[in-house]
Structures are given as C-alpha cells and as structure tokens.
Design a protein around this ligand. Structure first.
Ligand code: ASP
Ligand code: MG
Length: 406
C-alpha cells in the first residue's frame, strides 16, 4: 500500500461541484488501495477576498491578525471536502495546520515550516481515514496562527510528504504541467515531461507560477519527486525530480518571465568599502528581498547602485532608500516599476558556451534594450521595459528551438 499526498489548488476546489469532483478523485485513488493525505487551498478568490476585507477595516493590518483571517479560507475547504468524502461513504477527517502541529517560525505572512509532528496524521491513516489538511498555515511556538506566503499550500503538501515519508506527492492544479514558457504568451509552448529541481527553482522564482518556490526547495532538500497534474484532464503532467545525466543534454528547458519586480537606483554614492551594505542593510532589515543588483561607476569617486525588489515592496523600499540617500549624501534616487525580467533556463548551459551572446543578439534584432543582466550556472536573466515582455519571451522561445511546430 502506498501513501500518496495529493494537493488541490484554489481553482480545483473553487465551487461545491468542484469539491465533489475532488472527492471523487480521492475516492478513485483510494479504490486503488492507496492511503491518502489531501492538502487543500482556499476556494479560488477566497484569500484575495479576505485580504480585501482586511483593507476595508484597516490600511495596514497587523500581520498576526492578517494570518488569523487568511487561514480561515483553507479551513472552509477542509471541512467541506471531508463532508463530501463522508457523504460518499469514505471515512475522512479534517485538520488545520495547528491541529497537526505544523510548526513554523514567527514571521507572520511568510512563515517557514520548522517541524511537523506527523503523529496525529499517522494515527488517522491507521484508522483507515482519508486525512484532509489545510494548506498554507501553521502555528508558531507560542500557538499563534501563521501563514506561509501566497501559494503556500504547495509547501504544506511537500512538507507533509517529507514528514510522512510518502511514496508520491501529486500537485493538482488548473494547468496540465510545467511549460517551456507561459502558454498565454507563447502559443507554441510545450509541456515539459521531466525537469530537475534546480531548473524548476529558476523557473518558479522567475515567475512560472505553477508552484510556490519554497515547495520546490523543500522537495529538493528531502529528495521528494513532485508530479504537477491537471485536476480537470487526464495526463502525466510534469515530474519535478533529481537531476540525471540525460537532463543536461537539453540545452534550454524554458523561458521564464516575471513582471513582479521594480527597480530602484541610488545615484552618486561614495565609491568606498561598506557602501553596498549601508544601502541594502536597511532594505534587508525591513524583510524586503532583493533580487538583481548592479553597481556602476559614475564619476571618479562615486558610483550608481541599482537593485530590484518585488513590486509590492517598491514604495517601502523607495522610502527607505530616500532616507539612506540623505545619510550618504547621494545625488538622488529614482525607480521604475514598469520593468519585466526574462530568463532562459537550462542545465545544458553548464556544458555549452555562447548561450548569452545568442540571447542578446536575438533581443537586439528585435530592438529590445537590455537594462540589467544577471547570470547563474543554469540561467541568464535580463531586465527590459515592460512593454517588450511578450515579444522578448516569444523571440527567445523560438531562438532556442522550443517552439512546438507540430
Ligand atoms: N490560499 C492561499 C493563496 O491563495 C494559499 C494557496 O492557495 O496555496 O495564496
Ligand atoms: Mg497555487
């Protein structure tokens, strides 16, 4: 008998009918003799609705209270799914994150799981029940409810798979797998059969919104293969797994993009040791993640420093940077939130030279100006004007031979 973790996202449980359909899928897996732990998201739109409600009450709700509110979305789904299962004659029990001791740190709204005590889940499984667990939530040491950041249900599912030493972890969603590019932008994008954790991490962090990036980190750390599947269609989906030799033969696995960033520049800062940390220290202290960074020389003794942050953090980062500029006697600050990042990702880059020049040439041919560049061993990213996003992604998809022409 295998233990399977199934995760269903918001769209998959978006209505009572869909919850019934999910219950049928659970029953079908159970009929094959598997033990099942089902991790679910809030019904689609629910988390956004709750967020909007909080904003009607207060502009900047306390993160702790926000977590108390947001965690209710998942609680509704677990109860309804358990009821649907029971109504179909299948013993089921629902648990919130706190009830199954999903322990997290105390960083409200983006907490990280530190430990899971899977005892209660195992006991229920032994009793022959399907266990339904609320995704996206946990509790800190003091019993406060925490949430794991948007899309956090994926991470709950993978963490449960690790804690229970599950045989398989299936992520059911509204797409049938991970694609070589966003199919809404590139009609010739293709589904990827298998992708290495490392590539998926680059794709996810770059905005291929299929999985929360944390969940892939977790899967990689505990070597849990994940299969992303459609709730609505049959198919094999995409297997996200440990790297093997055959994977490096594929030059480029996909073109990722991200419209969620904004860039900030502080001009004319002294070109002396310690300046970068004076600039980024306060940003980090505000819990704002920095992605790309470049520094270039202004005149002889000064430098310009540019970095990108999530668009949601743009205003806060700008306010902080303005303060830093005053302290450092900088010339000024400016910013732009109409940027997009496009990246080519592939393990094959390790063994093939010339990918970067091919990429830049293709963009130049379309008249797309590159504002920033960053690279890793398996990825090259550029920042361009937002308006060139679609053109850039399509161009690179065909340049690297990813178009599905059949
Ligand atoms: N309900 C949460 C969200 O909308 C968590 C999730 O769906 O994974 O972000
Ligand atoms: Mg999701």
């Amino acid at each position: 008998m295998s233990l399977i973790i199934q995760k269903y996202g918001g769209t998959s449980v978006g209505s009572v009918e869909r919850i019934q359909a999910v219950a049928d899928k659970v029953l079908a897996a159970r009929a094959k003799g598997h033990q099942l732990v089902v991790v679910v998201s809030a019904m689609s739109g629910e988390t956004d609705r709750l967020l909007a409600l909080s904003r009607e009450v207060c502009e900047q709700p306390r993160p702790r209270e926000l977590d108390v509110l947001l965690s209710t979305g998942e609680q509704v789904t677990i109860a309804l799914l358990s009821m649907a299962l029971e109504a179909k004659g299948c013993a089921a029990v629902s648990f919130t994150g706190g009830q199954v001791c999903i322990l997290t740190d105390n960083v409200h709204n983006k907490a990280r799981i530190t430990n899971i005590d899977a005892e209660r889940v195992s006991t229920s499984l032994k009793e022959g029940k399907v266990v339904v667990i609320a995704g996206f939530q946990g509790i800190d040491e003091n019993g406060n409810i925490t949430t794991l950041g948007r899309g956090g249900t994926d991470t709950t599912a993978v963490a449960m798979a690790a804690a229970l030493n599950a045989d398989e972890c299936h992520i059911y969603t509204d797409v049938d797998g991970v694609y070589t590019a966003d199919p809404r932008i590139v009609s010739k994008a293709q589904r990827i059969d298998r992708i290495a954790y490392e590539e998926m991490l680059e794709m996810a962090s770059l905005g291929s919104k299929v999985l929360q990036i944390r969940s892939v980190e977790f899967a990689s750390k505990y070597n849990i293969s994940l299969r992303v599947l459609s709730t609505f269609e049959d198919g094999l989906g995409t297997l996200i797994t440990a790297e093997d030799e055959s994977m490096e033969q594929v030059l480029i696995s996909g073109i990722a993009h991200n419209r969620d960033e904004a860039k900030l520049t502080i001009r004319g800062v002294p070109d002396t040791p310690g300046i970068a940390s004076r600039i980024l220290g306060p940003i980090a202290a505000a819990n704002i993640e920095v992605d790309m960074i470049i520094q270039d020389i202004g005149d002889e003794k000064s430098a310009n420093f540019t970095f990108t942050v999530h668009r949601n953090d743009y205003q806060t980062a700008m306010t902080i940077l303005e303060g830093t500029a005053k302290e450092l006697g900088a010339e000024g600050v400016d910013g732009d939130d109409r940027i997009a990042k496009i990246s080519v990702v592939g393990l094959g880059m390790r063994s093939h030279a010339g990918i970067a020049s091919q990429m830049f040439a293709a963009l130049a041919e379309e008249g797309i100006n590159i504002q920033m560049i960053s690279t890793s061993e398996i990825k090259i990213s550029v920042v361009v004007d937002d308006k060139y996003l679609e053109l850039g992604v399509r161009t690179l998809h065909s340049t690297f031979g990813l178009d599905n022409d059949s």
